[in-house]
Design a protein. Structure first.
Length: 291
């Protein structure tokens, strides 16, 4: 869908779309990087992508420390899931229940790949005793806010309201359904890759976007690991050199690196590898940064 064809509310003031990195981590339990999660903030509403461990507390930190009202915990109502890997979903029960306990009085709306409904049903079943106690116990909560409306998605436009249009596209991350997302608002186009190796047709979604949020692994780091490590990761993730070549063609206004797989190395080395082949604006994202 062309950006100009999207009918967005006139109440959305120009340049009001923000990206908040709630978590930039990987399965490695780095205390400085919580699990992968990104928030797109548009006109006072939040749209979450992925539910890594710590998502709710990072959202709360963004509310209290950064003053982002859309990330007040009880306001977390709409979310998108790139794929079902545990490092992207361990925070899902927290996203379902904690905002409810804190006062959310509407169901959580979740858009994700096939299997999301099954995962959701199992989570709700696992917490059935808690739900019953909170609804019927001594301090009853509302009987709506824990519910989840799951929308299992296929490539194409999957969501639209007066502030944003969200397009899902298939990416290359193993044998199960995995997606990236393109968010188009009145003032910005934001693309988030999800977990992926380079795939055919990616420029259709990446080309000339305002912000490209992309996973990456440090090539130097894998040179010091067993050969089979990179054999696997290179088939499902994107190296610094591959991403640099992609960005040089896509020409995003800003390239944000997230879900950084270092193994051995740091942000500075990651940026140096990217900048060997890419001279555009690039940052290595950290938790609770806002762009």
């Amino acid at each position: 869908m062309d950006k100009k064809s999207i009918k967005l509310s006139d109440k959305s003031s120009s340049k009001n779309t923000k990206v908040v990195l709630l978590g930039t981590g990987t399965p490695v339990p780095d205390p400085m990087r919580f699990g992968p999660s990104v928030a797109i903030i548009v006109g006072g509403k939040s749209y979450l992508i992925d539910f890594g461990p710590g998502i709710v507390r990072r959202a709360s930190a963004a509310y209290y420390q950064l003053g982002i009202k859309a990330l007040q915990v009880k306001q977390l109502k709409k979310a998108f899931l790139t794929h079902l890997h545990s490092d992207h979903t361990v925070g899902y029960p927290d996203l379902i229940f904690t905002p409810w306990v804190m006062g959310r009085n509407k169901p959580l709306e979740v858009y994700g790949p096939k299997g999301t409904k099954e995962m959701t049903d199992h989570i709700l079943s696992a917490y059935n005793q808690d739900i019953n106690e909170r609804i019927k116990g001594l301090e009853p909560a509302n009987d709506i806010g824990y519910k989840v409306n799951v929308h299992e998605i296929v490539p194409g436009i999957i969501y639209e309201d007066s502030k944003v249009v969200v397009e899902a596209f298939s990416v290359k991350h193993g044998s199960w359904p995995s997606f990236g997302f393109k968010f188009t608002t009145k003032d910005r186009t934001i693309v988030i890759s999800g977990d992926t190796a380079p795939f055919d047709g990616l420029l259709k979604y990446y080309k000339n976007c305002d912000v490209l949020i992309h996973e990456v692994y440090l090539k130097k780091g894998f040179n010091k690991r067993p050969a089979n490590w990179e054999k696997y990761h290179s088939s499902v993730h994107t190296s610094t050199y591959e991403l640099a070549e992609i960005a040089a063609k896509a020409k995003p206004g800003l390239l944000i690196l997230y879900h950084q797989l270092f193994w051995i190395g740091n942000d500075e080395e990651l940026l140096l590898e990217i900048q060997e082949k890419y001279d555009g604006k690039v940052v290595s994202g950290k938790d609770l940064e806002v762009y």
